[in-house]
Ligand binder design. Structure first.
Ligand code: NDP
Length: 323
């Protein structure tokens, strides 16, 4: 049997290397001349194990004429040129289901920090101001009686909704197609923002969701409104958000993701009412390990049985038996 060669295009975390121990890995990032290496060996590659931050552009796909599968170590796969992959008959699997709860926890953490100002209250204590100036001021807002509006009701949206229910919040949502869930569906992002006082972004990145949260949606959210984004920076118009936070159009925001990571605009850094995390939604040891193991399981399932465990929806027509 010919050896199944798996390309790793960019430095992965140790979990991916451990999980992929049974495969022959081509560690492209260690090559002195990656272009030359691909020109000589690209035809031997049948699969890619792709670290979540790493792009798979059409120029890379062109160098891999025998590629069958990209096992992407992330739930969001907007860094993979999915159209080009599908056009070449290349299957793409993501890490769907391996980090829903971790990301939902992060969303609730951001929500608590934004509404109850927990980070700022801790800074007050650490700066000695509790003793010198007295207690931290009361927060204007509370989670009590709040309606949470989920933009997206997939795996992560549903995990956030379950948590919000436990916090006694009312849950509403918007997706393009209404789901069989016990929450009210709203027809547009604007209607969602009008109805909710917390808007949580949990849709994929990419062209169809670019700036779905714009100045108009933020105006609908209103002066007591709070925006949480744990999905992708591209979904929120960052300039409009900074302006809305600065002039009181909305009350606060909690962000894990940005339009041009790792750059965070000065306008956001300058704001007290923006809680800013460095894309840590899934960043725990157990969850990152589970994501890497799922990628390795997808590779093994493909090599052993011609199955893909978590194909992305765009690949449905390429799966064995789909014709
Ligand atoms: P799912 O595919 O399970 O769900 C996506 C949801 O978004 C669906 O409800 C879908 O419904 C909705 N949606 C898609 N496009 C649109 C649109 N144009 N307008 C309105 N709704 C839309 O994804 P997950 O819940 O697993 O993940 C969501 C995203 O979270 C990922 O794509 C990823 O980018 C991000 N993420 C971020 C992490 C972090 O570290 N911060 C970690 C993991 C994921 P419908 O198709 O009916 O519209």
């Amino acid at each position: 049997m010919t050896e199944q060669i798996v390309l790793v295009p960019a430095p992965p975390d140790d979990f991916l290397l451990q999980a992929c121990g049974r495969f022959r890995l081509l560690r492209l990032w260690e090559e002195a001349d990656p272009d030359r290496y691909l020109a000589d060996h690209g035809g031997e590659v049948v699969a890619v194990a792709n670290p979540g931050h790493s792009p798979v552009p059409v120029s890379l796909l062109d160098r891999l004429p025998n590629l069958e599968l990209i096992a992407h170590v992330g739930v969001g796969y907007d860094s993979v040129d999915i159209e080009a992959a599908v056009a070449r008959g290349v299957l793409v699997a993501n890490a769907s289901g391996s980090n829903d709860n971790e990301v939902a926890d992060t969303a609730m953490g951001l929500l608590l920090m934004a509404v109850r100002e927990l980070g700022r209250a801790e800074q007050h204590l650490r700066a000695g101001r509790w003793e010198s100036d007295g207690p931290y001021p009361l927060t204007d807002l509370s989670l009590r009686g709040r309606t949470i509006g989920l933009l997206g009701m997939g795996r992560i949206g549903q995990a956030i909704a379950r948590r919000a229910e436990a916090f006694d919040m009312t849950v509403v949502y918007h997706t393009r197609t209404a789901r069989d869930v016990p929450y009210r569906h709203l027809p547009t992002p604007s209607a969602l923002a009008r109805t909710a006082d917390v808007l949580v972004v949990a849709v994929p990145g990419g062209a169809t969701t670019h700036h779905l949260v714009n100045a108009d949606v933020l105006t609908e959210l209103g002066p007591d409104g709070v925006l949480i984004n744990v999905a992708r920076g591209s979904i929120v118009d960052e300039e409009a958000l900074a302006a809305a936070l600065a002039d009181g159009t909305i009350h606060a925001a909690g962000l894990d993701v940005y339009e041009n990571e790792p750059h965070v605009p000065e306008e956001l850094l300058a704001l007290d009412n923006a809680v800013l995390l460095p894309h840590v939604g899934s960043a725990s040891v157990p969850t990152r390990r589970a994501m890497a193991e799922l990628a390795a399981e997808n590779l093994a399932a493909w090599f052993d049985r011609r199955e893909v465990l978590t194909p992305v929806p765009e690949c449905a027509g390429l799966l064995p038996g789909s014709e």
